[in-house]
Design a protein around this ligand. Structure first.
Ligand code: G3P
Ligand code: MG
Length: 257
């Protein structure tokens, strides 16, 4: 029931498909834009990952970096910019002239697009320093307010354990994953405390890591895998999904094997 905390259904698998479009399809369209989400869907991804952080006034937007320079024509920290300021920026021209005019989406706009495309989604809570709790609370509140009963819930993830704890308390039934470069030595305790369904590990993941996570009854997805052979290897080792910048290439490569 939308708008009521803790009522999002958790039935079904965490991952829609084996290949999750990373920041949309960030090798083929400007990351974390609606164009990138649409590109991922057109390229065959059944699920996308996007990064969420807050504007100066606390509105959730899709954005990866702490600063604006790399992926927009703006300057300075995202956390100092209001939604109006961010809305005036070009978030597409840096990637290619055909994307000029693409803007930074609000989380709400992104969710509408994702639901409209029938995609699964992993919302990565990506707080600027000091905003770990606030960012998670806002993301979880948007999920509580917007998610339809009859759709699989999003998967919330973060490198920040503080964010995951707030997500747990704000939207307890929405599944959560801890992101880490390498499998943390205390991951089992973290999984228990934070009520994790999954761990998302970086490129150095080993078969032993995957087996360990799976043996604990948890799911695992691996970022960022752009080589189909590497994707096939980690999937064969028991990972349930990979995050790919170019899902088209990885899906085709897996299908051809
Ligand atoms: O969620 C997996 C991956 O996106 C984490 O790294 O820096 O690409 O957000 P990053
Ligand atoms: Mg991310």
């Amino acid at each position: 029931m939308s708008g009521t905390a803790g009522t999002v259904s958790v039935a079904g698998a965490l991952y829609a498909g084996r290949v999750i479009g990373h920041r949309g399809a960030c090798a083929r369209a400007p990351e974390n834009t609606l164009a990138s989400i649409r590109r991922a869907a057109l390229d065959g991804a059944a699920m996308v990952e996007v990064d969420v952080k807050l504007t100066a006034e606390g509105r959730p937007v899709l954005f990866h970096d702490d600063r604006l320079e790399r992926t927009t024509d703006g300057h300075g920290p995202v956390a100092s910019a209001t939604l109006d300021m961010l809305g005036a920026l070009d978030a597409g021209a840096w990637f290619g002239p055909e994307f000029a005019g693409e803007t930074i989406p609000t989380l709400e706009e992104a969710v509408e697009t994702i639901l409209g495309l029938d995609l699964g989604v992993n919302l990565e809570i990506k707080p600027c320093r000091g905003r770990e709790a606030e960012t998670a609370r806002v993301v979880a509140q948007v999920v509580n307010a917007m998610w339809p009963d009859d759709r699989p819930p999003p998967l919330l993830s973060s490198f920040s354990r503080e964010s995951l704890a707030v997500a747990r308390d704000t939207a307890p039934d929405v599944p959560r994953a801890l992101i880490a470069d390498d499998l943390p030595g205390d991951w089992r305790e973290a999984a228990l405390i934070l009520g994790l369904k999954a761990v998302h590990l970086g490129p150095a993941v080993t078969g032993a890591d995957i087996a360990t996570v799976r043996s604990g009854g948890h799911s695992i997805a691996v970022w960022t895998v752009n080589d189909p052979a590497r994707a096939a290897a980690v999937l064969a080792q028991g990972a349930q999904a990979v995050f790919s910048d170019d899902p088209r290439v990885v899906i085709r490569g897996l299908n051809d094997r």
